[in-house]
Design a protein around this ligand. Structure first.
Ligand SMILES: [Mn+2]
Length: 275
């Protein structure tokens, strides 16, 4: 029995199958955690969605920005040029798949394993309990009959900094952006959405979200994805440093698909197949 957290798949279903072979995944014995962005840009988003849904309680998945973008695109019938949602929109089981996706959480915490998982990051002012409560605020709307209003309001960068006073859609958009889009922020936790390079390449005044000195979750182990240029280790970062475990190793962009076994923090990887 083991628990494996897997980074951003983005429709790279063949690599996911190879990775599950590598770890000898057993649906009866093992549990898989997915750090979000299971769909888009890659070639097999529909198969990836169907497969992860079919895992039932053997999988725990948090929503990424591309997953939310799929829900919003299905709603508005609009998508971007680079999106690869076509086969999902014409699938006979699309309504069940989208309904399942909409009800996934933004945040997962396991007290036994002492690991948390989210797609991108957290605001420095949030402790573990607040992180859970704020994720629940967004999850409640997405699971309610007001989800289409939320999806219509979700795009945009403002407000870029968390305060407890935020209300309404601004509050929900800000929470969603921390959980699903954050990489760098300033000392006060104000999000930057334009810098996408690895840690160390940012302009002065910005830091990776997990390096903020006063971050209230800094004693909690956090698994995240989203940051495909973030290496598992380089001069500026060692895996597990700051209690964070970045798992998006850019499979979509020709890198690897990565799994972390939570019980012993061992890494497993398969290379990207050229599409
Ligand atoms: Mn992402």
């Amino acid at each position: 029995m083991a628990t494996y957290a897997i980074g951003d798949i983005q429709g790279c279903f063949d690599e996911l199958k190879s990775l599950l072979e590598l770890i000898s995944f057993s649906i009866e014995k093992d549990q898989l955690w997915f750090a979000g962005d299971i769909v888009n840009r890659g070639p097999k988003s529909l198969e990836t969605l169907r497969f992860i849904k079919s895992l039932g309680h053997s999988a725990i998945t948090v929503l990424g920005n591309h997953d939310i973008h799929l829900l919003a695109s299905a709603q508005s019938n609009k998508s971007h040029r680079k999106d690869t949602f076509g086969e999902i929109f014409s699938a006979p089981d699309r309504l069940e798949l989208l309904d399942w996706l909409r009800k996934l959480p933004l945040f997962h915490h396991d007290t036994t394993l002492n690991f948390s998982m989210l797609h991108a990051g957290v605001a420095p002012q949030w402790d573990l309990q607040k992180t859970q409560l704020l994720a629940n605020e967004v999850e409640r709307i997405l699971r309610s009959n007001r989800y289409s209003e939320y999806l219509a309001q979700i795009y945009g960068n403002e407000p870029t900094c968390w305060t407890d006073e935020l209300m309404g859609w601004d509050r929900l958009r800000c929470i969603t952006n921390y959980f699903t889009r954050l990489r760098f922020c300033d000392e006060s936790g104000r999000m930057n959405f334009s810098e996408k390079g690895p840690p160390g390449t940012q302009p002065e005044g910005l830091v990776p979200w997990y390096q903020l000195q006063d971050r209230r979750t800094k004693n909690q182990k956090i698994i995240f994805g989203h940051w495909s240029t973030h290496k598992l280790a380089d001069n500026d970062f060692l895996f597990g440093q700051n209690n964070v475990f970045p798992l998006d190793t850019g499979c979509l962009w020709g890198g690897e698909l990565t799994a972390l076994r939570l019980e012993d923090e061992k890494i497993f990887q398969v290379p990207a197949i050229n599409h």
